[in-house]
Write a new protein. Sequence first.
Length: 387
Amino acid sequence: MAARCSLLFLTFVLALSGCDSDPAGTEPTLDAGDAGEPPDAADAGAVPDAAPPSRDTGPDVPERTCPPPATPLAFRRDDAVAHPLDDVLRLNHLQAEATHNSYHLEPTEDAGEWAYSHAPLDEQLERQGVRALELDVHLDEECERFEVFHIGLLDERTTCRVLSDCLALVRGFSQRHPGHHPLFVQIELKDPASVVDEAYFVALENEILSVFDRSWIVTPDEVRGDAATVSDAIVANGWPTLAATRGRILFYLDDDGASRQLYTHGGRDLDGRLMFVDSDAGAPYAGVLVLNDPVGEADAIAAALAAGYVVRTRADSSPVDVRAGRTALAEALASGAQIVSTDFPDPVAGLDYSVAIPGGTPSRCSPVTAPSECTSAAIEDPALLAP
């Protein structure tokens, strides 16, 4: 959008951007006729570097074409992929691997803190055992769609440029493997709070719903049920079971400022909303807490898990720290947090570090929240991923 290309806006974005608060090939959109169909081999992965749409104008520049709208699909429960303890285990009893800035490709020069690259989203889910993703979104005002990348001009390389295309990759995996435990998708707004209004959130939710019908999504209203608030429901009754959430997606918004205040109707609730939000324990809308430092925030993580919340933390805070031998992988795993994020889900040449959930298949029972009868195979069994 034109505003983002201005020097003033770039300066503002740089001031707000960066990594999470703690220092510690684009696949073609599927339509309804593609339900359950695996992609052709030529289309299986995303384009290695999805180039940003041109914002240039002039007689020699072709007119920009906005991406076509996606076609949503409804969730289809498949009893053939049910697991033996699905009526016992709950969404917060698992521990899964996540990737930070899951779309990210290393810049061609001056990478520094951005010196990491991820495989396409569907490959992360298929091969790397990742079950939680993070997408940074920017509103493209010209097309009224959302784009996925880190920082304009400086760190803009991405495996999938359009949000609906990124989500179509996730949906394709879910269709092919309906036995997966619930997936988590963290959405981080990269636009300044001054442009985030109710219409912005309507557009964002509509783009998500252009890929996933609401039935595919674990929503705050579903979790709240008849309770007064989401937090009350979780503390008193717990999260839904894996029987109710297997094969589905949970979205949460990573924002604790003005945008969260707006999305929660003035800090009151998430009634009618599609996503959970990064919360403070005890807030009426609390369900998911982003506590990125498993060392400095160890007590907060323990308290959040004891109250029944889902916690996202980080195993490594930056590629620079990792290459210097500084990580918090052991602390993140031991914390019991359900979502453990990393920049390195796969081995990298010259680096003796990568993250996998120990004993996971690919995920495991949380060492803190899961009941004694839980097993990794009961969370997700590779033999039961597909019917």
